[in-house]
Design a protein around this ligand. Structure first.
Ligand code: GDD
Ligand code: MN
Length: 401
């Protein structure tokens, strides 16, 4: 994409169905990559923009002199914020303005800005000065120390909100709780997953299909990015001086839609299917060994059942370690670790067995469900449970969501 001089406004190609990708800085085409690209999404922020740009350039001229750009992404605001942005771009060489005519939405605006950006570090800040620009210095410090993601949080030391009503606090925390239930491994990684004020290393999200809806761009970055080291800095969310928040019920519905979309996309379906195939093979091993012990060696019923189940567990463990979770076991080499995983696998399967029997009894005795239907439901639930517990507690690598 050619670098627009501040006199013209960039107009973007249509939004692809498969989500947007940000690419690694291409040093062959890019005349000079920058350290930081800070995106400012705007919708009817004409009365805030001038002051914001002034304060941001003052701060960033000190923090990353000649090595940053500000990118205003405006969705064709009725108050012609894009026009002011274009005008300011004439005065501030670091400023670029993008006008989206056929697209709307905070988080996609941010991603569009990052797509056009030249920075190694990609940041976002609101235009209404509710995110104090001074906090950028603390975020930058975290990035400098090596963080992949630096988040300004209202819920750590030094953080807070100005005078929010109880209802608004309840709504914000309620939304966070729903996120924790649906996506604990994503939403639970930061104290303020709703924050719209952060910086991320381009490499951590380059090439990933980003496909958010609504406002919560941070959750998309956490869910799809390769984020290992997270730094958090406290900030107080200020009251808005000019204009009003664009948040309506629509944003809350979009948030739920976003959570569910991520939940489905991040479900390790392929891995679960492999786990299922291995589980299935275990049934055959169990039956074959049971037959050999009973008919071949005339062993007692319980002894045969326990032994054949254990052989099946061993079979399942082996295939899961070598196939289902191969990429994870490779990172935890050595027979000692493998044996530990085997013991844990046994424990999880044993607990699964107890769960299986309890579910069958509950469905059959309490809810009067047909015993075979009850058995099938129990097998399905326990298979998922076995998979999830083994994924989280046994072959656990923190970045598995
Ligand atoms: N381009 C574009 N398109 N920008 C938008 C749109 C849109 O559809 N909707 C809002 N914006 C811009 C606003 O102009 C503002 O700069 C910023 O996004 C935040 O919008 P607000 O409407 O002021 O949001 P808020 O203050 O209620 O909520 C903010 O703070 C929350 C707490 O950190 C947002 O950052 C939320 O994401 C965040 O959760
Ligand atoms: Mn705001």
């Amino acid at each position: 994409m050619s670098q627009p001089k501040s006199s013209e406004i960039e107009v973007l190609p249509p939004f692809p169905e498969t989500g947007l990708r940000i690419y690694p800085n291409d040093r062959t085409t890019l005349d000079r990559p920058l350290k930081l690209s800070l995106v400012v999404p705007t919708y009817n922020e004409r009365r805030n923009l001038r002051q914001l740009v002034q304060r941001l350039t003052q701060l960033l001229d000190r923090l990353v002199p000649n090595d940053y750009e500000l990118i205003v992404v405006d969705d064709d605001s009725g108050d012609r914020t894009w026009e002011l942005a274009d005008h300011l771009a004439q005065l501030y060489p670091q400023l670029r303005s993008i006008r989206r005519r056929h697209e709307r939405g905070l988080s996609t605006a941010v991603i569009r800005g990052w797509q056009a950006a030249r920075g190694e570090i990609l940041g976002v800040i609101d235009a209404d000065l509710q995110h104090p620009p001074e906090v950028l210095a603390n975020l930058w410090e975290e990035i400098d120390r090596g963080a992949d993601l630096a988040v300004a949080s209202r819920h750590v030391e030094g953080g807070g909100v100005s005078d929010w009503s109880l209802a608004r606090r309840f709504l914000s925390r309620g939304a966070q709780l729903i996120g924790l239930i649906l996506l604990p491994g994503v939403v639970g990684r930061v104290s303020d997953p709703m924050s719209g004020f952060f910086m991320v290393r381009r490499d951590a999200i380059a090439g990933k299909p980003l496909d958010p809806v609504g406002y919560k761009i941070l959750i998309e970055v956490l869910g799809r990015g390769d984020i290992r080291w997270i730094g958090e800095v406290g900030y107080v969310f200020q009251e808005r001086n000019e204009g009003e928040s664009k948040v309506t019920w629509k944003q809350y519905l979009e948030y739920l839609q976003h959570l569910l979309r991520l939940r489905v996309d991040l479900l390790p379906l392929a891995r679960f299917l492999r786990f299922g195939v291995v589980g299935f093979s275990g049934v055959f091993v169990d039956l074959a060994v049971f037959y050999l012990l009973r008919d071949g060696l005339a062993l007692g019923l319980t002894r045969s059942a326990v032994l054949s189940a254990e052989v099946a567990i061993f079979n399942n463990f082996l295939w899961n370690d070598l196939w289902t979770f191969a990429d994870l076991s490779r990172r935890q080499r050595g027979w000692r670790k493998r044996f530990k995983r085997f013991l844990k696998f046994n424990l999880v399967c044993l607990a699964g067995l107890l769960l299986n029997v309890s579910i069958v009894n509950l469905l059959f005795n309490l809810l009067g469900v047909n015993e075979y239907v009850a058995k099938l439901i129990a097998i399905a639930l326990v298979t998922f449970w076995n998979f999830w517990i083994n994924l989280k507690l046994n072959w656990r690598v923190t970045d598995v969501r």
